[in-house]
Design a protein around this ligand. Sequence first.
Ligand code: GDP
Ligand code: MG
Length: 277
Amino acid sequence: MAGLWPHVGRAWVLGLTGAPGAGKSTLTDQLARTLRREGKRVGILAVDPTSPFSGGAILGDRIRMGRVAPDPGVFIRSMATRGALGGLARSTQDAIDVLDAAGFDAILVETVGVGQDEVDVASCAHTCAVVLVPGLGDEIQAMKAGLMEVADIFVINKADRDGVEQLEADLEAMKSLDMPAGWDPPVVRTVASTGEGVPELLRQIEAHGDWLRDGEGAARKARERARLRFEHLLAEEAARRAKTGAGSGRIEALIQGIAERRLDPYAAVAQVLDGLR
Ligand SMILES: Nc1nc2c(ncn2[C@@H]2O[C@H](COP(=O)(O)OP(=O)(O)O)[C@@H](O)[C@H]2O)c(=O)[nH]1
Ligand SMILES: [Mg+2]
């Protein structure tokens, strides 16, 4: 990372998050194609253990062109590393940095929007698009769990289905309640399977980028990302050093002590950290 760091910071990172089946991979594929036509190099990180492009159009494309003319302008990586050291957000952020340093202009990060892990992943992006589907009713409720505040753009995908107006009305109503002043997240309708609405989505992504760069948004977001990353790494490294310092035998004894209720967990942690120099 020390070697890469001087080269990091050029790429635009777009997060696409939403429920499984919402059409994130299909949308990512459409966006990637459009960006390729503009001559941009595109990195794709699929942080989606449920469907890492397994049936997606990109895989199809790669197989179709794969053997003769692999597109060196597109790089795809699945990040099904749940449970990995440091968590999904860290490995995703590291992968983003590698692609950024490698000169990819745009990095598309697909995540399933369910838990805190995914909200953290979404916060790795400059622009976060929350992908919703009409007719699912509980969608908006699910978003209250934290995705609402990370949304820079709302995408109503599968706009070829019934219920688009209802979802749009629900979103607008919710926005007027919850949104701080500043950027007003637009609602964009798409049909990812045909590409309809994708140019408008790209236009809104660019508009959000312009807004970030013009104001203090970009600097503020960069600082939030830096803080999150630093704090995660600090906690992780502190835990690692404390454990190494104390030795595994002592750690196991403390754990046993907590299990047998001889020791409260806070006291156990304090004992280890007090030994950390
Ligand atoms: N009718 C319709 N189907 C779509 C649309 N976008 C994606 N799909 C289909 O929905 C399914 C799930 O799409 P996928 O991109 O894998 O969703 P993901 O799990 O969010 O990545 C696939 O069968 C797609 O072909 C759309 O706009 N309209
Ligand atoms: Mg997918």
